[in-house]
Structures are given as C-alpha cells and as structure tokens.
Design a protein around this ligand. Structure first.
Ligand SMILES: Nc1ncnc2c1ncn2[C@@H]1O[C@H](COP(=O)(O)OP(=O)(O)OP(=O)(O)O)[C@@H](O)[C@H]1O
Ligand SMILES: [Mg+2]
Length: 225
C-alpha cells in the first residue's frame, strides 16, 4: 500500500504528519517506510532535514538513494534547485525507487514537495508525478487564516488528476492561536466531501506521536482504495 502525503503549501506539517504516521504504524508492527522523493534545501551538516526525520521515524530502513532520490541543494522550488544542481527531475527515477521500497515495506508513505502543484522541471510538475505514482492522497491542512480556500483548491486539483482523496488532517501546530479551528474543520469537511481524519496537536518533532489521527480508519480506507 502507498499513500501520498500532500499539503496545501510548503512548511505546513507534511513531514511532521508523515513521521507521526510512521511511528504509529511502527507501534502496530506494520513494516512501513517513508519516502521523500524530492527534497530541496541542504543543511549545514550536508543533510536534508525532512529526509533524516523520515528515515529515523521509519520502522525499517532503506538506502537514502531510494528514500530520497532527488536531494537538491537550494531551498527553492524544485525546478530552480534542480537546474542549479544540473539535474532534470524525472518521474521514472522516482517510480523505480518507489517500487524498490514497496518490495521491502507493507506501507510506503510518500511525502510530497511543497503544495500539490509545484514545478519540477520544464515539463513536469508535482501533480504529474502524483498521477504517475497513482497513490491515494492524504492532505495536510494547517489551521490558519486562508486554509479553507487552499484546502478546497488542493482537493479540486487532486480530483482533477483522478486521484482518490484518502482523507485530510488538520494541523494545529502551525498557528496554535488560530481561534476558529473547530468551525474551520467543520467547514472544510462539509465542502471537501470527507471528514477530517485527525487533528495534529502541537507536537514535539522528535517524539511526536500520531496524536489524534484516526490511523485505523485511514488504513481501512487505504485497503478499500
Ligand atoms: N503539529 C506540529 N507541532 C509542532 N511543530 C510543528 C507541527 N507541524 C509543523 N511543525 C513545525 O513547522 C515546521 C514545518 O513543518 P514540516 O517540516 O513538517 O512542514 P512540511 O510541510 O513538511 O514542509 P516542506 O514543504 O519543507 O516539506 C517545522 O519546523 C515543524 O517542526
Ligand atoms: Mg517536509
């Protein structure tokens, strides 16, 4: 089984949600692997933060070349970062790495890059890649002003690519002071056509558990899709 963890934007908790889910699957003794096909922004140690977080949250291990086949130096839109590194991002490279991970794991959680439509090269964007991967999508939505519009636009784009929306998660960790989270969750659930699968509270990044995510309901939906 595979699931694409997408989000309404960059920096809204996709990695936090992916890691929380990986830990939760590990607690259920499910052999799960996280994948971050395209990561942009090397840190001062020559590593990629989200790739390292995902690798350490995965209950089984796999080569970094398969977990994160495109590790780009600049913290920029992938089409800029790849061009600066002299690389052209290709979906067949990602699909081959994903296939190797699927041979090792019962569940592969694939963290998207940025929002749902991010340029990857002159020809390719992240929605094309999502379509090639063909996995159901879990949408992470930060509870903050403007998020309803972003969630609905993202859901529309996902549906337009013929992909199933496995569910959505509300992240309370980005703007914990946002006062209308409960009403926002109701509004998005009504309009997006699927109930919220869970609310991520403000978590500790290293030890964060899946908090209030309905992991079993999510797994049941994935098994049906
Ligand atoms: N629920 C949360 N509790 C505490 N901190 C959070 C939470 N969600 C996100 N953060 C923090 O917000 C920042 C962005 O989160 P994260 O890295 O998960 O976003 P992302 O969507 O994966 O970003 P990118 O587009 O770079 O992959 C991080 O510093 C993360 O620790
Ligand atoms: Mg991330």
């Amino acid at each position: 089984m595979k699931l694409l963890i997408s989000g309404t934007d960059t920096g809204i908790g996709k990695t936090v949600a992916t890691c929380a889910l990986l830990r939760s699957l590990a607690a259920r003794s499910i052999a799960a692997l996280g994948m971050k096909p395209i990561s942009a922004g090397v840190n001062s140690q020559g590593l990629w933060d989200d790739v390292e977080q995902i690798r350490s949250a995965s209950p089984i291990s796999a080569p970094v070349e398969d977990v994160a086949p495109y590790r780009l130096r600049a913290a920029a839109s992938p089409h800029f970062a790849a061009a600066e590194d002299g690389i052209t991002i290709r979906s067949d490279v990602v699909l081959a790495a994903l296939e190797r991970l699927e041979q090792q794991a019962e569940v592969v959680l694939i963290e998207g890059v940025g929002g749902f439509r991010v340029p990857l090269s002159r020809e390719l964007d992240s929605a094309d890649l999502a379509q090639a991967i063909g996995a159901p999508v879990l949408l992470v939505v930060p509870m903050r002003l403007g998020c309803i519009n972003h969630a609905l636009l993202s859901a529309e784009a996902i549906a337009r690519r013929g992909l199933a929306l496995a569910g959505w998660l509300a992240n309370r960790g980005i703007d914990p002071d946002y006062a209308r989270a409960a009403d926002t969750i109701d509004t998005i659930s009504d309009r997006i056509g699927t109930s919220c699968l869970g609310v991520l509270p403000k978590l500790d990044r290293e030890t964060g558990s899946a908090g209030g995510i309905a992991v079993d309901a999510l797994l049941a939906r994935l098994r049906k899709q």
